[in-house]
Ligand binder design. Structure first.
Ligand code: SAH
Length: 344
């Protein structure tokens, strides 16, 4: 019989498992605490359980392996990158960013990605597989443990499309914000999507307080299609309506992300169209000068043009910032994750 992943059970599920083993419910509580508060990597660490119970757990369950096989520290800013090897040999990356308001971890939601955005390095090798709930959680746990500092914020903006791994992603949010676990405030969790409309609508109904970030990148249907294949499947009009529904249902302001690509989406037309789209919405626009990816021919506008783009939008009444680049010397910047290790 294949061993079950014990770290992907939520509190209720774990209690049920443990009761079915003939143990008392409070053992479930203890084990949950070992896994999700004390961040244990093995049953051997769970010293308040009997040896016998630890042995049985060992026989029936696994805590999936996640080895840190590389750890890079930026010299430019307080950013660190971690490369994990999963039990089946897949690799994923996560980034730790320290801010004045606290520590934030950027996690991956899939090994690879099948969305194919033209400027994104994660798209190049396609999707390998979805990450399990525990593989998402334990990126945060492992980093918290290694850094010896509390993680207070999570951004799901690494490799993968969280809404293409919907059920695991939603369970991940529940467990990361669970009072019996790390208890990270949902308001400190942001998930970024390329715009999978049906799942954006489902997410709006989950009762979460997380921030939804929408990768816009083009100010019209036509321009989005050029940069993001997923735009052929979901029209901009419908994506924006789904954003509105998310705001209506949760009261959480949408963040729009816009990777600035020189000569492609940084023209006066784009300012006009973006203003038209965003002016009537209670939202925030985050400009990300595109990080060049070796395999792609896209360039970022120079600092001055990016500032001008931002200032013009601001004059038009748009709430806009240029995202500070972090960890560029360790390939920690958006879209560069994992690529160097993907075997090509
Ligand atoms: N699948 C999710 C999360 C992906 S990464 C999504 O599409 O939103 C998070 C953000 O980084 C997205 O907005 C993505 O479009 C952006 N991004 C990817 N590659 C980039 C690059 N090379 N330069 C700048 N931004 C990039």
């Amino acid at each position: 019989m294949e061993k079950k992943d014990i770290a992907s059970f939520d509190y209720e599920e774990l209690k049920t498992e443990i009761i079915q083993m003939g143990e008392k419910a409070f053992r479930g509580r203890q084990i949950y605490e070992w896994l999700h508060v004390k961040l244990a990597d093995s049953f051997g660490e769970m010293t308040n359980l009997s040896k016998q119970l630890r042995q049985r757990l060992e026989e029936e369950y696994i805590i999936p392996e996640m080895k840190i096989i590389e750890h890079q520290v930026s010299k430019k800013d307080p950013t660190e990158k971690f490369l994990f090897e999963l039990g089946d040999g897949n690799m994923i990356e996560s980034v730790l960013m320290r801010y004045t308001y606290g520590n934030s971890v950027c996690i991956s939601s899939q090994a690879g990605c099948r969305m194919g955005c033209r400027f994104c390095a994660s798209a190049i090798g396609g999707l390998k597989r979805n990450l399990t709930v525990s593989e998402m959680l334990r990126q945060v746990y492992k980093i918290q443990k290694r850094a010896g500092e509390r993680i207070s914020n999570i951004v799901v903006m690494g490799t993968g499309e969280p809404l293409d791994n919907y059920d695991n992603f939603v369970k991940f949010v529940r467990m990361a914000s669970d009072e019996y676990g790390l208890n990270i405030s949902q308001r400190n969790i942001t998930a970024s999507t390329c715009g999978i409309v049906p799942n954006m609508r489902r997410l709006a109904g989950e009762g979460f307080q997380i921030t939804l970030a929408l990768s816009l990148h083009g100010s019209s249907q036509e321009k989005r299609e050029k940069l993001m294949p997923v735009a052929h499947q979901y029209e901009l009009k419908d994506v924006l309506e789904a954003c509105d529904e998310y705001f209506r249902m949760t009261g959480r302001r949408i963040t729009f992300e816009y990777s600035l690509v020189e000569g492609v989406n940084d023209r006066p037309d784009d300012i006009r169209e973006l203003t038209h789209i965003l002016k009537k919405r209670n939202c925030h626009l985050n400009l990300i000068p595109v990080n060049p990816v070796r395999e792609r021919d896209y360039r970022k506008p120079d600092r001055e043009s990016a500032l001008e783009f931002k200032n013009k939008l601001e004059k038009n009444g748009i709430n806009v910032t240029i995202r500070r680049e972090r960890g560029s010397d360790i390939d920690g910047a958006c879209g560069q994750l994992r690529r160097r290790f993907a075997g090509s």
